[in-house]
Design a binder for this molecule. Sequence first.
Ligand code: ATP
Length: 201
Amino acid sequence: MRPLVVALTGGIGSGKSTVCRRLRELGVTVIDADELSREVVRPGQPALAEISRRFGSAVVNGAGELRRAELRRIVFADPAARRDLEGIIHPRIQERVRHAIAACTDPYLVLCVPLLLETDAYSNDIDRIVVVDCAPETQRSRVMARDNLTAAEVDAIMRTQAARALRLQRADDVIENEGEMAEVLPQVDRLHERLLRIARA
Ligand code: ATP
């Protein structure tokens, strides 16, 4: 029996990692697409060799590790390069996601995908969507504090992401993360109970 697959998404700094940390504390299997995107380009991985062939050996350092800043600089300026990079990385992330879903024997699992609604890579794999939501101003101030970025830098990232209204429209469940940490964690606990009931029904 396949588990209920619950996608979790939200804009930058909305609180996805915070929610996922709590879910893991509750014993929930969380597959994190960002973590997998780092795993597939570790030294020795075939994707890294492909990236080096496509973008030149300057994107790999002496220790055989990806030079992320260098690669980011290349694809930032070149949409075709970005598509090529995505073509190398995305299928391998998806393969790992599907593998993890197939291996999971829990009633449900959570698949955290920051850009879920900006791509339709997982539309056939997921049963429900949970959105972590807060006001754009809150996202901005939390990310400025966390990543030491300016408001303009955070806004530029937010402009590349789905609008808040679209995310909320697509959500089956919403975790409201405008308030204190102490307010968000009980919502996660209640969501966990609800998802267990739905998965077992
Ligand atoms: P990203 O999309 O950048 O990965 P995220 O959605 O995973 O971000 P978090 O890293 O969980 O977001 O939260 C962003 C920042 O805001 C973190 O520094 C986190 O500690 C803080 N934060 C999250 N929720 C709250 C809250 N309710 N109150 C105060 N700070 C919070």
